[in-house]
Design a binder for this molecule. Sequence first.
Ligand code: NI
Ligand code: MN
Length: 227
Amino acid sequence: MKLTYWSHSCFLLETGKHRLVIDPFLTGNPKAPVKADDVKCDYVLVSHGHNDHIGDAVAIAKRTGATVIANYEIAMFCAGQGANVHPLHIGGSRQFPFGRVKLTLALHGSAYQTESGFIYMGNPCGFVITAENKTVYHAGDTGLFLDMQLIGQRQKIDVALLPIGDNFTMGVDDAVAAVEFVKPRIVVPMHYDTFDVIKSDPREFASKAAKTGARIEVLAVGQSLEV
Ligand code: NI
Ligand code: MN
């Protein structure tokens, strides 16, 4: 399995046969290395309704025929816009042609902002994705919570994608505690430096998290990691 960092919380996950894009915030993202119009994928996973996560999900899904996997509220919203969807909810999992997706808890908000006001998109979530015998935990936007221990206890996490930008999510020190809770083999920091308000130093995170024994991979935007 190959993971490519498309900045913010957006990753491309490629298996032998399928391409998944998680939280495709590309249009309006100053760090995005690709244009939404150029994305080819089979599935789009959306962790919550904030605009910097739902992003281009509907446009990509409609153009490519990709299926949106998200919580029930986001899935129904995307279906209403004409996308193929599969709704899940927290604690539930399902086998897809590429592998299994389970929705996890995330402590955050989930309102989608439109010109005519907010649309509430249910509870935010994270994802545990298992494909080709590898398991990836994408935490979504979240604060630190003790139940992250369960995520690591229920399945061995090969790669944890954790926000470190502070302000809206965990900062560096809480993300280090999250590594201790989840006990992943590899950690990739995300959700930092996209905007000034979430400026954070991934090198500081890497040096503080080194004591956990996990391998910390700070990916440059556009960089890939073979898992
Ligand atoms: Ni958010
Ligand atoms: Mn966010």
